[in-house]
Ligand binder design. Structure first.
Ligand code: DAH
Length: 339
């Protein structure tokens, strides 16, 4: 009998259950009213007194082992069920995925690309870390040229030849060096200037450069192109070109668009004039063409450059340029668009 009990103890120890039903069957088999343990207790009464102590202890060990096993299996099983339960109904629709929104700078940039692509301009890009040649010298700004002071340059470490580009005009040079006319390209990108940060200016911002080089390109082509652009972007076709100076264009002009004077904001934005300055432009200086291995006797062209950030502030009525780089999700979430 004692051997039989030991066998059962081993069986209890080894037992594993796959379901609640199996646990219950196991419990009935050992601890049920007509189970193995009760049978042993019945038999126990008939054994000789000197065997009773050892046998009693063995039956008790089996009884406790069986009860503990059932308890343990039940607990394990419930924990498992709970874990599975946390997946819930796997056929239910998923939680909605929050859609992101584009940055206002990207929205305006994409619109500008779209408008110029309709009249045959492609998109070109250049590095933000530039050398002196592409940012200044090739653009008719030799060393010691006073106009270099117009742009407060960030230099990379102590090398005066390597800098953060101060304008996207550097991409003009790169594009002309690597492509033959006819050239029609716009170059959007980030630029850097060592300026104090305020609501109106920042030490980095974005520009789009435009370049058109071909035979017989004239100033009237430039004016027409710009008028097409302001009409498409702002819905405003009245522009004026004020004579200005840029080292890389001759003649040069600043472009104003007539914004209107209907609201108080119009007054503020245009300082009471109704006119808003949006870009610089001009006919590419023959020296610049020469620097880029394009023959100015054969080809001519125009260029223009504008700030994207300023246009984004205008279009969306944003009062502080710093908001564009603070990454405040509450601000960014408001801009929804297909472009
Ligand atoms: N590079 C000028 C700036 O950053 C903008 C500019 C003016 C670009 C005239 C041009 C241009 O291509 O022709 O202020």
């Amino acid at each position: 009998m004692i051997d039989k009990i030991k066998e059962y103890i081993a069986e209890v120890d080894a037992f594993k259950a796959k379901s609640k039903e199996e646990i219950e069957a196991f419990r009935i088999k050992f601890s049920g009213r007509k189970g193995i343990i009760n049978d042993f207790f019945t038999e126990f009464r008939t054994v000789a007194n000197e065997q009773k102590k050892e046998l009693g202890q063995a039956i008790n060990t089996l009884k406790i082992a069986a009860e503990e096993k059932v308890q343990l299996l039940k607990e394990e099983f419930e924990a498992n069920v709970e874990e599975k339960g946390s997946y819930g109904d796997l056929t239910r629709p998923a939680a909605p995925i929050a859609l992101g929104s584009r940055h206002p700078i990207s929205l305006v940039k994409n619109q500008i690309i779209d408008i110029f692509s309709r009249i045959g301009f492609n998109v070109s890009e250049g590095p933000e870390i530039e050398d002196d040649w592409h940012n200044f010298t090739a653009l008719n700004l030799p060393e010691y040229h006073p106009a270099r002071d117009m742009q407060d340059t960030f230099f990379i470490q102590t090398d005066p030849d390597i800098l953060l580009r101060t304008h996207t005009s550097s991409v003009q040079v790169r594009y002309m060096e690597n492509n033959q006319p006819p050239i029609r390209t716009i170059s959007p990108g980030r630029v850097y200037r060592n300026e104090a940060i305020s609501a109106r200016s920042h030490c980095f911002f974005h520009q789009v450069e435009g370049l058109y080089i071909d035979k017989d390109v004239s100033f009237s082509d430039l004016k027409q192109t710009l008028q097409y652009f302001t009409t498409a972007l702002f819905g405003k076709s009245e522009i004026r070109l004020r004579p200005s100076y840029f080292p890389f264009t001759e003649p040069s002009a600043e472009v104003d668009v007539y914004w209107g004077l209907e609201t108080e904001t119009d007054y503020k934005m245009t300082k009471g004039t109704g006119w808003l300055e949006i870009m610089g432009c001009g006919m590419v200086d023959p020296n610049v063409l020469k620097n880029c291995n394009i023959d100015p006797e054969v080809y001519s062209g125009f260029a223009f450059g504008m700030g994207i950030d300023r246009i984004a502030l205008l279009v969306y009525g944003i009062s502080d340029i710093r908001m564009l780089s603070e990454n405040d999700i509450r601000f960014l979430e408001q801009f929804k668009s297909a472009l």
